[in-house]
Every structure is written in structure tokens, then in C-alpha cells.
Unconditional design. Structure first.
Length: 440
């Protein structure tokens, strides 16, 4: 809608401005006195000031989009395949540490970097891919952050193997509507970002229970993805852009803060306090003002804002390379597995957009729009771009804790046949081995 408005505004405003200039020259060319038209005189007086504003409004966003796209390609992208170690005895807190240390807002150091070089926040893509039932973990990251993320993965998960893929795994899928078909969904928080989903803390992983006593939230999704047939692909893509302040120095005309202010405002409303944190009624143990659920919600909100955060958009995709064997039963579980992170009265993850139309009989009679959507979604998956169709599926803010809950290296209790692990743990040679030449 914004692009349409900009296009219409440009189509009308620029011709009007140049038309008025042409009219002015026509008047002066014929020595016509326009003093008797005060309104026209005033408009002509303001025209030199108005025209640059119009041109700036029309070109600013296109220019920033151009320089930021150039910076995106200058940074480069690297696809890392994460091969799981045979034993994982750590909680998702280990992956939270990876996200925390890999956080890079990439704020420009000066206005040149902001408005000429396009230096800006770059997304990290966390991916799960089932290629014919073979479930794999991937991370697609800016090439200049590759070494940082690799080192954090090795430090957090001993025995893990991280390999750079020279050819992106999704390159094998080339859009051909005559042979293949796909279905894609956008999954985001259903409520405001400030309300957390169910995290590994609520699952009890922070207490480090025994491996056999753990409930692995990713187990159901991994088990389902392993059921894919040879001609099927199931992709889960979690695109994470650092959540940081936006202002003029960073290349944004409108200032935008982070979510801390909104969180504290919501907490004060629940507590019946003013902006200074003062309450008219004192809360006591004998007369509590909050229910147990409300207390838990506030505790989770306060815990969230103490951690780094990302603006997150989730894309799920089911692809069949043989459209005659399209299996609709494979669609629901791709996003349904996220429902276990929902907490009643707090927040939930659910589908907010899809490539299909609910009322195709009048929204897309010929089916051409749906075909175009499918092609566009596959292309955006490959480019690691998340562009919402509207406010409903806009990216929502998640803390590193929330993010680590929905994407982490699963524990040893997940024994899905389609999930391969490194066959053995590689260890360094003992430090007390004899040195020197052999005596014989």
C-alpha cells in the first residue's frame, strides 16, 4: 500500500510542479501581470521550496533501499551446516549464549556509512531442512560474522561439527509450476511482542534435569520432518534481525526505540502504578493484587528485557518436486508444532499469512496470483528475506531466550532416524605422550 501511495503521489505531484513552472514561464513570456492572482503568486513563491521536498520524499526510500541492498551483498552470505554431536547434555541456554555473543547491530559510525554506504542490521537465518527425510540444521549468516558464530558454536557444544556449504542446499529446488508445487506460511507471535512465549525456563531445562527426564520441544517437529518422502522437502526458516534503536544517525528519518519502554509500561498497567512506579494501593501477602499467572507473566517479561533481542519472522514451507504426489497432510504440522510454545493468556505462535487464498473464487479466480506468490516465496527463502504482507505477519521481537527455545541443538534423547549425528567425539591427543625418536 505504501508503494502504491508513493507511486500515485509521484505521478501527480511531479507533473503538477513542472506544470506550474511551465505556466509561470508562459505568463512571463507574454508579459502577463499575475499580481492580480495572489494565490497563484504565493504558490509560485513556495514552489522552489516544495519541489525539493517532493523529490526527496520520492527518492529517499528508494535510495536507502539501494545502498542497503548493496551493503547486504557486500557483506556476503555463508550457509553453515551444523552436524550434531553424539551427546548433548546442555540446555537451550547454550544456544542462547551463541545468539547473545553473535548479536551485532552493525550501527554505522558516521552519516556517510549510514546514508552512502548503507551500513545496517543484517539478518541471521536459522534453518531446519528435511531433504527427503534427512533432517539437517543450518545457519545462513553474513560472511563477516561466520568466524564469530562458528567459534561460539564450538565453544557451546563440544563435539559439534560446522561445515561451510559451497553450494546452498536450497539451490536444488528450481521453480517449475508444471512439475512441482509448494505451500508456505508465515508464523509470528499472535499478541504483542512484549508478551513472551513459553521458553525452556518454563519447560524446566534451566534446572538441568536428567536427559531421560527432559521434554524436548523440538522433538515433535524433527520427528515429523523425518517422515518426508524422497520427492518432498520441508523447510523451516527463522529470520532474525538484531533489535536495536533506529534514529537519524543510523540512517532512519523516524526515531524508533527498543521494546523496554513498552514492557515497563505494560507492567505498570498490570501493577496499577504510574510511570514513576508508584502505586496508590500497597500490595501485601494477605491481599495480593495479581494472580499467579500474572506474576509469572511479569517475571518472564522482566527476564526477557535483560537479554539481547531480535526481530523475528518465521517461514515454513512444504515442497513436492512431483506435483502429482502433493500431500496436504504434510502442511499442518509444519506450523502446528509451534503451538506448544503457546501459553494461554500470554502469547502464542501461529500462522499469520499463507501463499493460498481463503476466498480464491473472487480473490484469485485464475490462480495466477497464487502461482506468483509461490514463486516469490521460494525466491525470498533463497535470498533470506522476510517481507510481511501486512501488519498481521510483521516480524515480532523475541529475546535470545525465546529464540533459543525454538531453535537449538536437541538433546541426546531425540533418537529420530532421520536426524544424523557425528558418529564419534573427536578428542585431542593426550598431553603425556612420549616424544623423540624410537629406540629401534
Amino acid at each position: 500500500m505504501k508503494d502504491v501511495f508513493t507511486g500515485v503521489f509521484g505521478a501527480v505531484a511531479i507533473p503538477v510542479c513542472f506544470g506550474v513552472i511551465a505556466l509561470l514561464y508562459w505568463f512571463f513570456g507574454r508579459n502577463i501581470d499575475i499580481a492580480f492572482l495572489p494565490a497563484l503568486s504565493f504558490a509560485l513563491f513556495l514552489l522552489p521550496l516544495f519541489l525539493p521536498v517532493v523529490l526527496f520524499y520520492l527518492t529517499y526510500e528508494r535510495w536507502m533501499e539501494f545502498v542497503r541492498t548493496m551493503f547486504y551483498y557486500k557483506m556476503g552470505r555463508t550457509t553453515l551446516r551444523i552436524k550434531l554431536p553424539p551427546e548433548v547434555l546442555k540446555s537451550p541456554e547454550a544456544m542462547e549464549s551463541v545468539f547473545t555473543h553473535s548479536f551485532s547491530a552493525m550501527n554505522p559510525d558516521n552519516l556517510k556509512e549510514a546514508y552512502l554506504d548503507g551500513k545496517s542490521k543484517q539478518p541471521i537465518s536459522l534453518e531446519l531442512a528435511s531433504i527427503g527425510g534427512d533432517v539437517r540444521f543450518y545457519m545462513n549468516v553474513p560472511s563477516k560474522l561466520k568466524d564469530v558464530i562458528e567459534s561460539q558454536l564450538y565453544a557451546s557444544y563440544p563435539g559439534v561439527e560446522v561445515e561451510e556449504e559451497l553450494l546452498d542446499y536450497v539451490a536444488e529446488v528450481q521453480w517449475d509450476p508444471e512439475k512441482m508445487d509448494l505451500m508456505s506460511f508465515h508464523v509470528t507471535k499472535k499478541e504483542d511482542s512484549i508478551y513472551p512465549i513459553k521458553t525452556y525456563v518454563e519447560f524446566g531445562h534451566d534446572k538441568l534435569p536428567k536427559e531421560e527426564e527432559k521434554f524436548e520441544p523440538m522433538a515433535a517437529l524433527i520427528e515429523f520432518m523425518s517422515k518426508a518422502k524422497l520427492h518432498e522437502r520441508v523447510y523451516i526458516q527463522i529470520l532474525c534481525t538484531p533489535h536495536a534503536k533506529e534514529n537519524f544517525n543510523n540512517g532512519y528519518l523516524s526515531e524508533k526505540g527498543t521494546w523496554e519502554k513498552d514492557v515497563y509500561k505494560a507492567i505498570n498497567e498490570k501493577m496499577g502504578r504510574d510511570d514513576k512506579g508508584q502505586s496508590a494501593t500497597e500490595e501485601t501477602e494477605s491481599r495480593p493484587m495479581l494472580t499467579t499467572g500474572e506474576r509469572d507473566t511479569i517475571a518472564a517479561m522482566e527476564r526477557n528485557i535483560t537479554k539481547v533481542a531480535y526481530d523475528v519472522g518465521i517461514r515454513t514451507m512444504y515442497i513436492t518436486l512431483d506435483k502429482t504426489q502433493f500431500n496436504p497432510n504434510m502442511i499442518g504440522p509444519t506450523f502446528g508444532s509451534f503451538s506448544q510454545y503457546s501459553i494461554l493468556g500470554r502469547n502464542a505462535l501461529g500462522p499469520r499469512w499463507k501463499t493460498a487464498f481463503d476466498n480464491s473464487w473472487y480473490e484469485d479466480i485464475s490462480g495466477a496470483k497464487k502461482t506468483a506468490r509461490k514463486k516469490d516465496e521460494l525466491q525470498k527463502y533463497k535470498l533470506r528475506k522476510y517481507e510481511p504482507d501486512g501488519a498481521a505477519d510483521a516480524a515480532k521481537t523475541m529475546s535470545a531466550e525465546e529464540l533459543a527455545t525454538i531453535y537449538h541443538i536437541p538433546g541426546s534423547s531425540v533418537l529420530t532416524p532421520g536426524l544424523s549425528r557425528v558418529p564419534s567425539v573427536r578428542r585431542d591427543a593426550p598431553g603425556n605422550l612420549p616424544v623423540g625418536e624410537l629406540p629401534f
